[in-house]
Write a new protein. Structure first.
Length: 143
């Protein structure tokens, strides 16, 4: 098994995280805003106001999402060979962990609706694949 090129891995993680951060922001603010407002109304909560510090939490989440996707890709390379097919598989693993199973726990608590969960998961499948492919394109094994 080859060693990990940590510098290239970190660069790939950053690229994937930036793509996820930007696309998630647009998704929640532009596409899913009515769904979120319905959730807040359903639990009789006031929608949160944006603060600069909130962005740090979102950035941390997206960094974790990018990290898992790229780390899975790097670890899968010796078994499935480097390339887009392996990056696609790694993206699906990260998508299941972050977009399917994670939010599912909030549905019975009333913090997510089924519709919101499905819409978000569908959009994030595409964005996670794009982000993982972009990050994986930067990764090369150490020489």
């Amino acid at each position: 098994m080859s060693r990990i090129n940590w510098v290239r891995l970190f660069l790939g993680i950053l690229i994937a995280a930036i793509i996820c951060f930007l696309t998630d922001g647009m998704m929640h603010e532009m596409v899913l805003k009515p769904d979120w407002l319905a959730v807040y109304a359903g639990i009789e909560a006031t929608p949160p106001t944006g603060h600069a510090s909130s962005m740090l939490y979102f950035a941390l989440f997206e960094f974790g999402r990018g990290m898992i996707a790229l780390l899975v890709y790097v670890l899968m390379r010796p078994f499935f060979s480097p390339g887009p097919k392996t990056a696609l598989l790694a993206a699906v693993v990260a998508w299941i962990a972050f977009s399917i199973t994670g939010p599912a726990q909030f549905i019975p608590l009333g913090l997510f609706s089924n519709g919101l969960w499905i819409k978000m998961a569908a959009i994030q499948l595409v964005t996670t694949i794009v982000a993982t492919l972009a990050g994986a394109a930067l990764y090369k094994d150490p020489r």
